[in-house]
Design a protein around this ligand. Structure first.
Ligand code: ATP
Length: 217
């Protein structure tokens, strides 16, 4: 569907476990918000991520850490809709609920290249692109793997025209090379468990909450 009225900017969506949120996540959100002129980027914590081990911190605490991380940051919003659903937190359900709420807005799901390559493992993955565009971020120094089973899917949907992201509600793949901060939540949990200091990998307000609730130790 082509939108006549493009006054409303596209909404960015960054889902994740955020166990805990760190500067890698936050830089991706800000870079895409600014580069693609998005209305906002919604950070959506998964209550029960279906594709991985259960998070170490509770959903409520991961939400609290997200809120502390983005406080007063223009363009970033925390969206807790997955915490109000029962069962596994499938992205297709999240996008469906956003689509119901915003029938006429372009929606852009942000994915790391690793997540994109593994997309066929996601529940009802082919529906994702009918509900949103996919914004795939990758390191400046890496190529899209030519062996990937996702090459056909990519050729079918890739666009280099930013107007498509604004004028269409869904259906396009946009590849965005970004400076990548080599930080992972796994590394932060590991450092804390080993009694080491993860400072400067994540916002201080998040580290304060981790210390207050003795998370990951
Ligand atoms: P874990 O180490 O526990 O797997 P993580 O740090 O990869 O966690 P997630 O919450 O699983 O964080 O990631 C959410 C989203 O953020 C995913 O799309 C992932 O590709 C992306 N992401 C994670 N870390 C980075 C980073 N350093 N730079 C850019 N994107 C990232």
């Amino acid at each position: 569907m082509i939108l006549e009225n493009t006054i409303d900017k596209a909404i960015g969506i960054l889902g994740g476990t955020f166990d805990p949120i760190h500067h890698g996540h936050l830089r991706v959100a800000i870079e895409l918000y600014e580069r693609l002129d998005l209305a906002e980027v919604r950070l959506i914590p998964a209550a029960r991520p279906p594709h991985r081990n259960f998070p170490a911190a509770s959903a409520q605490l991961r939400l609290q850490m997200l809120q502390a991380a983005i406080v007063d940051t223009p363009g970033l919003i925390v969206d807790d809709r997955e915490l109000h659903r029962s069962g596994p937190s499938y992205m297709v359900d999240t996008l469906s609920s956003l689509r119901e709420e915003y029938p006429q807005r372009s929606l852009c799901l942000i994915l790391g290249m690793d997540a994109f390559i593994n997309l066929p493992q996601w529940y009802q993955w082919q529906r994702l692109i009918t509900l949103a565009h996919l914004l795939v971020v990758h390191r400046l120094d890496t190529q899209i793997p030519s062996f990937s089973a996702m090459q056909d899917f990519l050729s079918l949907h890739q666009t280099n025209c930013a107007t498509h992201l604004k004028k269409r509600l869904s259906g396009c793949i946009w590849i965005e090379p970004i400076p990548f901060l080599n930080i992972s939540a796994t590394q932060i949990r590991y450092l804390i468990a080993a009694g080491k200091n993860p400072r400067y990998l994540l916002p201080l307000a998040v580290l304060d909450l981790i210390n207050t609730y003795q998370l990951y130790s």
